[in-house]
Design a protein around this ligand. Structure first.
Ligand SMILES: [Zn+2]
Length: 352
């Protein structure tokens, strides 16, 4: 009985080993076959979408990290909308892994922000270059030898943009130079205009002063009359030649009265009337003739300036001209002539 039991145990042990051996061999064959046909790899997905297969999760993670955190050159920072997920799978051995494809997809999902430098004028961007140093060098170059009155208000501003867009140094210089030239032209135009206005104002002031001088030297009361017409003296001064006087400088007797006074002294009409002549006339020099009606005329000769024109109505408050020495004259004086019916009469019968 014992013998039978032993044989029975022996038999079963032998069979078990035989089965185990078969299972082991079978498994080994299956594993070998799987290993021949498949390999383990990580499926990389973003938002459920497969972007590729890679062998090594750590290596691809490190690559992505390096790319996202790259701040070389003008890169300020990078942002990725979503990080990928990894799932270990068996893939067909003949399928290539796809690190490059995965990296391209990652780059597509990443936004890169660049930092560049704008050269500004009065806060407005004029040129964008890649470094602060470049920007400053251009500014210094533009400012060199620049008229201190021409202020371009240049500065440098940081520019953050997802587009990397800079211009060459030459282009930047040209652009700033153009701005400089425009500003210089603008400044010079403005300066010329200011000078013109200043000159005009000065002229106006001078004329005002002259007129003041004229008014102040001719405040003279009426001192006589002809046929009931009131007369006033045209200028204050000293009598240097009387009516009827003879001299070597004249061919005939003096037809008027000479009153010496400073050149530029204002001359007033002796009475109201109409200017019948205002211009240059031979030995009279600059001459004004006023018609007072009733055949009475007054002549004002040797003037340095004429302030009236023919046809103009005047009265004894009108400054008609300025004392001078034009025509046949040896020094500044007024030659006053009064004519009645065309014949000169002695002004001193009525004035002075
Ligand atoms: Zn005279």
């Amino acid at each position: 009985m014992n013998f039978i039991l032993i044989n029975w145990v022996k038999y079963y042990t032998k069979e078990t080993f035989k089965t185990l051996k078969l299972v082991t061999i079978g498994s080994a064959i299956i594993i070998t076959m799987v290993c021949i046909k498949y390999k383990p790899a990580y499926k990389v997905t973003i938002s459920g979408e497969t972007i590729g297969f890679v062998y090594n999760e750590e290596i691809i993670k490190a690559k992505i990290d390096k790319y996202i955190n790259d701040t070389t050159g003008n890169i300020a920072f990078r942002e990725i909308s979503q990080l990928p997920e990894y799932e270990l799978q068996l893939i067909s051995r003949d399928k290539e892994t796809e690190e490059k494809k995965v990296m391209l997809a990652i780059k597509d999902l990443t936004t890169t922000t660049y930092k560049t430098y704008a050269i500004t004028s009065n806060g407005e961007q004029k040129a964008i270059v890649s470094s602060q140093e470049e920007a400053e060098n251009i500014i210094n170059e533009i400012k060199a030898n620049l008229n201190e009155n021409v202020d371009l208000k240049l500065g440098v501003a940081d520019v953050y943009s997802t587009e990397y867009s800079v211009i060459s140094l030459e282009e930047a210089k040209n652009s700033l130079n153009e701005l400089k030239m425009n500003k210089i032209t603008e400044y010079e135009t403005k300066k010329a205009e200011e000078e013109r206005i200043a000159k005009e104002n000065l002229e106006a002031q001078k004329q005002k002063n002259t007129k003041k001088a004229i008014v102040s030297t001719t405040q003279v009361a009426a001192t006589g009359s002809i046929s009931g017409m009131p007369l006033s003296i045209p200028v204050n001064g000293s009598i240097s030649s009387r009516f009827g006087a003879r001299s070597s400088s004249r061919s005939s007797a003096h037809t008027g009265l000479d009153i010496s006074t400073a050149k530029g002294t204002g001359i007033r009409a002796i009475s109201a009337g109409t200017v019948s002549y205002a211009g240059y006339k031979g030995s009279y020099g600059n001459l004004i003739i006023i018609d007072h009606g009733n055949g009475i005329q007054s002549y004002y000769a040797h003037c340095s300036a004429l302030y009236v024109f023919a046809g103009q109505s005047v009265d004894s408050s009108t400054t008609i001209g300025a004392v001078g020495s034009t025509g046949n004259s040896t020094g500044p004086h007024l030659h006053l002539e009064i004519r009645i019916g065309g014949t000169p009469v002695n002004p001193q019968n009525y004035l002075y």
